[in-house]
Write a new protein. Structure first.
Length: 464
């Protein structure tokens, strides 16, 4: 990988992010009575999309917002402009990563319009109204009465599978806001995050934007690269990144397969795997360093496998570092859907070798061809044997290249290091299918005990 290319400036990047930051700042105090500083942020957003198809609508929306008279259509236009700017940042960074990795160019996504969701007009309108009320009040103006307005909207949406995506987003967003009420007392506002959630939710209220991804069938060999574990107090998700080699000899593709499960807060570390393991056999293949043979596995046009154990069987041995060296360089990525074009969504599998390692106050840094690439140790899960110490002692690394806070970061998935003159591979998902490791086994046993107690209590309550 040409890591030195990651340090080159990207034309227009800073200007686009500055425009987004200006608008996000306006949402902090709200659009009901914008102050001069907020007005500058609103007009700056309009200036940033001048010359695009959005120009006229966003200019009108910005003028109305500056006057404190923005209606729902104006809020939608502002959210669209913000999303388009972040999409351009995503595309520019993705182009830079493709240049650095030398991978094949991705294909253009099919953006054909979906049918009108007429049956959902009322829930969409109710959600749009609540989101616009939030924008007028601003994050500093939220209170429990305003935030509770999302509850009936979410309740009306959840029974409809077509609306569940937006309902889940609104429910989580409202929960975050409720935990921060009243907004006037907040010492720190998550400005970018709440603006991301607000703009995404608002655009999803437009009929057609929440369309289901087109589906195809994947038949061939799946070669795992590693597992990204995302854990919250009440849920956990494991996302397997892999190279898919079609049986017809087509271009290898980068794909993902995800599994999620609810969890009690007492289940942590390696115990998480027993919640996920029963739902996806791929986790066993990851821990055993094996490929999987797929037969007509559903895959979206964004590269997400809709996992079905009945369409997969265990294949031959396939060591992660070997896959990264042999199959990864020629694998092409699927395109991102329009609403997923956001710099926070960038997660590109890469292989690094021959780097130097620095350890200091700013954490672990890889020196690659003179470029200092920060290692995101915080993303390394406690549910596996990979640790900061192991990463710092590595000679080769397979990881996800991400972008955050103005710089590229590497999230390690697997590393290779030398122990007693022998090369040893260590994977974040090594315990996914079970482990004999003492630390992992203890965590599994503790989780088993905790889950057993909870199930017994739940059964007792149901019997009552």
């Amino acid at each position: 990988m040409r890591a030195d290319l990651l340090s080159d400036a990207v034309d227009g990047l800073d200007e686009a992010l500055t425009a987004v930051d200006g608008f996000d700042g306006a949402l902090v105090a709200g659009l009901l009575r914008p102050q001069p500083g907020q007005a500058a942020g609103l007009t700056g957003l309009a200036d940033a999309v001048a010359g695009t198809p959005l120009a006229a609508r966003v200019a009108e929306a910005a003028d109305k917002a500056v006057a404190g008279a923005a209606d729902e259509d104006h809020c939608v236009a502002l959210a669209a402009a913000r999303t388009a700017l972040l999409g351009s940042v995503h595309d520019a960074l993705t182009d830079r990563v493709e240049e650095a990795t030398g991978r094949p160019r991705v294909e253009e996504a099919d953006t054909a319009a979906a049918g009108d969701d007429g049956h959902a007009a009322n829930p969409y309108a109710a959600a749009r109204s609540w989101l616009c009320d939030l924008a007028r009040a601003g994050w500093q103006g939220i209170d429990h009465e305003l935030v509770d307005g999302a509850a009936p909207v979410v309740s009306a949406m959840l029974p409809d599978p077509a609306l569940r995506r937006l309902a889940t987003l609104l429910d989580g967003f409202a929960a975050e806001l409720a935990a921060s009420c009243p907004g006037a007392t907040l010492e720190r506002v998550p400005v970018r995050r709440w603006a991301d959630l607000w703009s995404r939710a608002l655009l999803l209220t437009l009929p057609g934007t929440a369309r289901a991804s087109a589906m195809a069938e994947a038949t061939g060999r799946l070669l795992p690269l590693g597992v990204d574990v995302q854990e919250h107090d009440t849920a956990v998700q494991a996302q397997v990144h892999a190279v898919f080699e079609p049986a017809d000899g087509g271009t290898p593709r980068l794909v993902r397969a995800s599994v999620s499960a609810p969890k009690p807060d007492t289940v942590v570390g390696a115990g998480l795997w027993q919640l996920l393991r029963p739902h996806m056999s791929l986790l066993g293949a990851v821990s055993e360093d094996r490929a999987m043979d797929l037969d007509a596995m559903p895959v979206t046009d964004e590269g997400d496998l809709i996992w079905d154990d009945g369409r997969a069987r265990m294949g031959e041995p396939a060591e992660v570092l070997t896959t990264a060296r042999v199959a990864l360089p020629t694998a092409a990525a699927f395109p991102a859907s329009p609403l997923d074009r956001h710099p926070a969504r960038i997660a590109v599998p890469v292989l690094l070798e021959g780097y130097g390692v620095e350890e200091g106050d700013d954490g672990v840094v890889f020196q690659v061809a003179g470029y200092r690439l920060a290692v995101d140790i915080d993303r390394v899960p406690a549910a596996g044997p990979l640790s900061p110490e192991v990463v710092a002692a590595s000679d080769a690394c397979v990881g996800l290249l991400r972008w955050d806070a103005g710089e590229f970061l590497l999230q390690p998935l697997a590393v290779e290091r030398t122990v007693r003159k022998k090369t040893v591979a260590v994977h974040a998902g090594a315990w996914a299918g079970g482990t004999a490791d003492k630390t992992g086994a203890r965590a599994e046993k503790a989780a088993t005990d905790a889950v057993g107690v909870l199930r017994e209590r739940a059964g007792r309550l149901l019997r009552k």
